[in-house]
Every structure is written in structure tokens, then in C-alpha cells.
Design a protein. Structure first.
Length: 255
């Protein structure tokens, strides 16, 4: 009887209703410490560890010793975002955590439209904002409009000596808390998002390398899925379905 009730409820309620209730985006970007636990557990040696990580210097260059453990070729705090991670390496981490990478649409919904019943920090339920930080980009770790040079996040290391532009990423969850209580959906580092089975995948939200324009929802950036870059990281999304029901993109099955 309970099984029949669940099936009936599924058909009465649209899938979007279930998804809104049960999709949960990670609050912050995956950190060096979190990725280290995964890499050690599965014995992963990433592309950047083997070949070097990429940075733009009047063209793309690959630098040995630049990888998720040492993003700028030097030791970094464990609560900085894990970067120099390819799309498929990021996907493997999320699967290991029993999660997955978000789709581009899921990422946009979480980043710009406030869905909490009781929002904090001045956000309004149901409102779609221009930036993940709200109506203004201030408080994010981006160049120029974010005013990050004047008001750096707590504990941020300055990596400008290693770079031709910018001062690098901040520790996770140290910038302004944004829409839906999420940190760094705008700027800090680009984040991988699934856009299909092709050779390119979405990179969302901008980064410390850019200004505020790249933080907007319609920017539409992509990168080759096998690219390991100093300003691309990621976060996962969790489908928190009750154990009695599993809903895939098109299929319902009950246990």
C-alpha cells in the first residue's frame, strides 16, 4: 500500500517539485584536504601531477609542480579549493562521495535564484539575482568590481608573485555568503558543470582572474574536459532521495 502511495504521489507531483526539495548543492567548493582524502583512498595520480598544471601567460603554459596539492607551485593551506582538476577527475570525486557534478541548469538555479523558505543575509525567497552574491558582485573574489584588493577575505594568501594577473584564489567559505547560503558560486574559481557528452564542459561563475561579467548566469563559458587549470575547481550536488524511492532523469523505480 505504501509503495502504491509513493508511485501515485510521484505522478501527481511534477518531477521539478521533487527535485527542488531534494537536490542539495555543496555549500562550498571542494578543498585540497577533501580531494587529498579521495586521491589517497583510490590511489589517484591526476593529470596535473603527471604533466603539470596550466596557467595563462600571453598564451597557455603548463607548469611542472602546479597541481591540486601545490596550486601555484608552492604549499597551500588545506582549506583552499582543489584546482588543476579535469572534468572527469572531478566527476570521479563526486561519485566517490555518492554525489555527482551539477548540470549547467542546476548550477544556475542554485547560484542565482533564492529557494530557501527562510533566507538569511537579506535575500528574498523566489528572487533571481544578477550575481551569486546578490544584486552586486561585491564580496566575491574577483578583479575590479568586487573590490577584493581593498577588502581581502580572511586568511587569503597573496599569490601575485607567481602570476601575471590577479592574486589567486581565497580559502573556501571565507568570502561573502551568497544566494541559497552558498559560498563562491561567483568568482574565486570556475566550477565544472555537465553540459553533455562532448569534449567540452561548462565552467561556471567566473574566477579570481576575471571581473564581474563572468559571474553572470548568461556568460556561458566552457573548457576542454581534459584541461587542468589553476583557476578551475568544482563542487558536487547530492540527490537526497528517501531510500524507498530512486528517481533518475527519466525513470522511477521503487525498492
Amino acid at each position: 500500500m505504501y509503495r502504491q502511495f509513493l508511485v501515485l504521489l510521484f505522478w501527481i507531483l511534477p518531477l521539478s517539485t521533487w527535485a527542488d526539495q531534494h537536490l542539495k548543492m555543496d555549500t562550498s567548493e571542494v578543498t585540497i584536504a577533501e580531494f587529498s582524502e579521495f586521491a589517497d583512498a583510490v590511489g589517484l595520480l591526476t593529470k596535473a601531477e603527471k604533466e603539470g598544471g596550466m596557467v595563462y601567460e600571453s598564451g597557455w603554459v603548463t607548469k611542472k609542480g602546479w597541481n591540486w596539492r601545490t596550486p601555484y607551485g608552492v604549499s597551500s593551506p588545506p582549506d583552499e579549493p582543489a584546482v588543476h582538476i579535469t572534468f572527469d577527475e572531478a566527476s570521479a570525486f563526486c561519485r566517490w562521495k555518492k554525489k555527482r557534478l551539477p548540470s549547467r541548469k542546476e548550477w544556475i538555479d542554485a547560484a542565482y535564484t533564492e529557494n530557501r523558505e527562510n533566507p538569511t543575509d537579506g535575500f528574498q525567497k523566489g528572487k533571481t539575482y544578477r550575481f551569486p552574491t546578490g544584486d552586486s558582485p561585491e564580496g566575491a573574489n574577483c578583479l575590479k568590481e568586487c573590490q577584493i584588493e581593498a577588502f581581502p577575505p580572511p586568511g587569503k594568501k597573496n599569490y601575485s608573485i607567481k602570476l601575471r594577473r590577479g592574486a589567486g584564489h581565497a580559502r573556501v567559505a571565507t568570502t561573502k555568503k551568497g544566494v541559497n547560503g552558498l559560498y563562491d558560486m561567483g568568482a574565486n574559481v570556475w566550477e565544472w558543470a555537465f553540459i553533455g557528452q562532448g569534449p567540452h564542459q561548462g565552467t561556471m561563475g567566473g574566477s579570481w582572474w576575471y571581473g564581474a561579467r563572468q559571474m553572470e548566469a548568461d556568460y556561458g563559458a566552457t573548457k576542454p574536459r581534459d584541461m587542468a587549470v589553476v583557476y578551475i575547481g568544482f563542487r558536487c550536488i547530492d540527490e537526497e532521495w528517501p531510500s524507498i524511492i530512486r528517481i533518475g532523469p527519466h525513470v522511477l523505480s521503487c525498492s
